[in-house]
Write a protein that binds this ligand. Structure first.
Ligand code: ADP
Ligand code: NI
Length: 207
């Protein structure tokens, strides 16, 4: 049976992110939670920390809060404290949310690390690849006002949805921490490669 804290966290996340149209919505959090809990069992991590962090990880993404990276950890912390969750758990979850994002980890920030963080990060990255990853990429790109593809800006960073595959999505497989996540990523990676090849074929009128 689910604990009260998990049920209350689900309700909180759902009410906050239900209307999101950028691919960082409630169901993204559910998928990341489900994958993260599975990875936690396989990798021997603390399931409760992983589950709470996965549910809360996008509660206030800095991209949508003027670049402020403290909003998400602070909201998660205040919420969990109000639920009476133990201090060490609250701190660990806040640290995971503070340090797990792609951009933060690319800055070479090694200020915090744990098996639980690696697992939530892997689960979040797995949701950015494969069939769902493709859908999220186009949803986000549309939200940001960028085109599907533009052959005149080929290779230029952040110029279209198709470019995002080169910029980030094709790099995800080799950035994962756990063997369990790498196993899942392999097929999704190949699927995306095939998809992009097909996209270019159709664009060129070949099929
Ligand atoms: P993180 O939260 O791990 O830092 P992002 O928020 O950048 O990762 O990515 C979340 C989702 O948004 C992913 O599915 C990703 O592909 C998509 N996304 C982020 N930036 C772009 C972009 N420039 N173009 C298209 N999709 C993007
Ligand atoms: Ni996410």
């Amino acid at each position: 049976m689910k604990s009260d804290v998990i049920v209350d966290t689900e309700t909180f996340v759902r009410s906050t992110l239900d209307k999101d149209g950028t691919g960082h919505d409630w169901w993204h959090c559910v998928r990341v939670r489900n994958t993260a809990v599975k990875l936690a069992h396989e990798e021997g991590a603390e399931v409760r920390i992983v589950e709470l962090s996965a549910l809360l990880h996008d509660i206030a993404d800095h991209k949508f809060h003027g670049g402020d990276k403290e909003v998400g950890p602070r909201i998660a912390k205040e919420f969990l404290e109000a639920q009476g969750v133990e201090r060490e758990v609250v701190e660990h979850v806040a640290n995971i949310i503070r340090h797990m994002s792609w951009s933060t980890s690319k800055e070479g920030n090694r200020a915090f690390d744990s098996l639980e963080m690696r697992i939530v990060q892997d689960a979040d990255r797995l949701d950015a690849i494969g069939a769902i990853g493709i859908a999220r990429c186009f949803a986000y790109s549309g939200h940001a006002g960028r085109p599907l593809y533009d052959p005149t800006t080929d290779g230029e960073y952040n110029t279209s949805a198709l470019q995002h595959f080169q910029d980030k999505l094709f790099k995800i497989r080799d950035s994962l921490h756990t063997a369990s996540a790498r196993n899942i990523a392999q097929e999704r990676h190949v699927y995306m490669k095939e998809y992009v090849a097909r996209f270019h074929d159709e664009w060129g009128g070949i099929v």
